[in-house]
Design a protein around this ligand. Structure first.
Ligand code: C5P
Length: 206
């Protein structure tokens, strides 16, 4: 069984995807980490994430050790990930890796922006997880504060809005809900309630 979970930044899709993987005993891939690793690789080398040739070269020679770097999840790196992910060449390099993960015997859960639309269009269950920009900013702000980052809420909201716009308006595999994806709005839901709702939606789809 392949479960595709897509949605914008801080919508809760990662938490939901991990919970679904536990529920169904499936391996899970957070595909955002792949783009974040490419962004980090470019930044560490002093390159420009907006340069398609540079970003593609880093995607091809991606060091898997980068996937475990704490800096991977920083907001500066989220920005780089979003920039490199708009290059079709970068997406093409990462496509096979994601499809191979999805094709494991028994299935898999993948979360990202284009899982239900591009990576696994024949997934057995597709969820599009969203929440209001204000609620997503509030969650990301709290997460950053726990990690000792004292940025203010408005600047977090501005970053999220900029990333949403870039991810939704790019030509290559933009963020959008697949026609057959179930919508899960987590704005008013606590984590446990959102996970229960996700499990019910997957059960209804399979
Ligand atoms: O999910 P996360 O916020 O970690 O993703 C970081 C960035 O990677 C996103 O803003 C998006 O630009 C990109 N991404 C993507 N396609 C995916 C997953 C992430 O373009 N499947």
């Amino acid at each position: 069984m392949i479960i595709a979970v897509d949605g914008p930044a801080a919508s809760g899709k990662g938490t939901i995807a991990r919970a679904l993987a536990r529920e169904y005993g499936l391996p899970h891939l957070d595909t955002g980490k792949l783009y974040r690793a490419v962004g980090l690789s470019v930044r560490r080398a002093g390159g420009d994430p907006a340069d398609p040739a540079v970003a593609e070269r880093h995607a091809q020679a991606l060091d898997p050790a980068l996937l475990d770097e704490p800096d991977l999840m920083s907001s500066a790196n989220a920005e780089s990930a979003s920039i490199v992910s708009a290059h079709p060449g970068v997406r093409a390099v990462l496509l096979d890796r994601q499809r191979a993960f999805a094709a494991q015997p028994g299935g898999a859960v993948l979360d990202g922006r284009d899982i239900g639309t591009v990576i696994a269009p024949h997934a057995h269950a597709k969820l599009f997880v969203t929440a209001s920009p204000e609620e997503r900013a509030r969650r990301r702000h709290a997460e950053l504060a726990r990690a000792g980052d004292t940025r203010d809420l408005l600047s977090v909201l501005a970053d999220i809005a900029a990333r949403d716009a870039r991810d939704s308006n790019r030509a290559a595999a933009p963020l959008h809900r697949a026609d057959d994806a179930a919508l899960l709005d987590t704005t008013e839901l606590a984590i446990d309630a959102a996970v229960q709702r996700a499990i019910a939606l997957v059960a209804a789809a399979t």
